[in-house]
Design a protein around this ligand. Sequence first.
Ligand SMILES: Nc1ncnc2c1ncn2[C@@H]1O[C@H](COP(=O)(O)OP(=O)(O)OP(=O)(O)O)[C@@H](O)[C@H]1O
Ligand SMILES: [Mg+2]
Length: 264
Amino acid sequence: MLLEVKDLGVQYGDKAPVVKNVNLQIDRGEILAIVGESGSGKTTVIRSIMGCLPASAHIASGSICLEGTNIGAMSQSSRRNWQGTKVTMIFQDTGNTMDPIQRVGKQFCEYLQAHQPYTKKEAEARALELLSLAALPNGEDIIKKYPFELSGGQKQRVGIAMAMAFNPCLLLADEPTAALDVTTQKQVVEQLLALRDKTSMAMIIVTHNIKIAAYMSDKMLVMKKGQVIESGTTKLVMAHPQEEYTNQLIAAVPRLGGSRYVEG
Ligand SMILES: Nc1ncnc2c1ncn2[C@@H]1O[C@H](COP(=O)(O)OP(=O)(O)OP(=O)(O)O)[C@@H](O)[C@H]1O
Ligand SMILES: [Mg+2]
């Protein structure tokens, strides 16, 4: 098992837990989708896995094991070893996590050099290679630009390229396509699927869009008010939802050309 989360409980400050008894498992190459309404705790769950909860939050109960090792019990150095390299995260709007006054190439190279002793030249060559892997073949132009000079889809692909830099075993994606138009959304989704096929990296994708979740994932987890109310293989959850809430999520998806959730 690549990742096993058991009875996870998370609270902000001394308030009541906002995530309660969350269990999930994910194997190499698997894609798990987490869906659920706003405020249900999806981001909190994946930030817990990434080890990047805000300072006010803490894991109140349960355990998170990566390749059999409890990350809570890991030393600082082994944690640094995998955080941001073996387990990486892409955000809803990568543009906001980039430095607006630094060229894309400089940021990319600094990130690469922070984790590996690349020379400037090597870092730049690797950045171009990764950009082309993330379907940005015109990397030479991209690296010279500032983030505001890129489109939403380009920024998101830069985020994917950076997240892929050290061949992660697990990619956590928080609403990676929410800021994109439908066509670009589809391209980013296909790109993520292609990367999974190429590298057998596992992925947890958080999305409001149950259609994207159904299209991409092998397993699905439905959250409501901090708890998992339904989980199982995506096929099973979509075909036989046990909870009324899941039914409502599925019913809200428009039918497209006779097929409910897989777009053309
Ligand atoms: N920094 C914070 N301080 C206090 N409470 C927080 C903080 N961040 C999130 N919460 C609370 O934790 C709960 C879960 O939030 P979370 O961001 O995990 O939800 P989400 O499912 O990702 O929602 P969305 O779909 O809107 O992104 C919410 O009730 C939210 O108000
Ligand atoms: Mg969120």
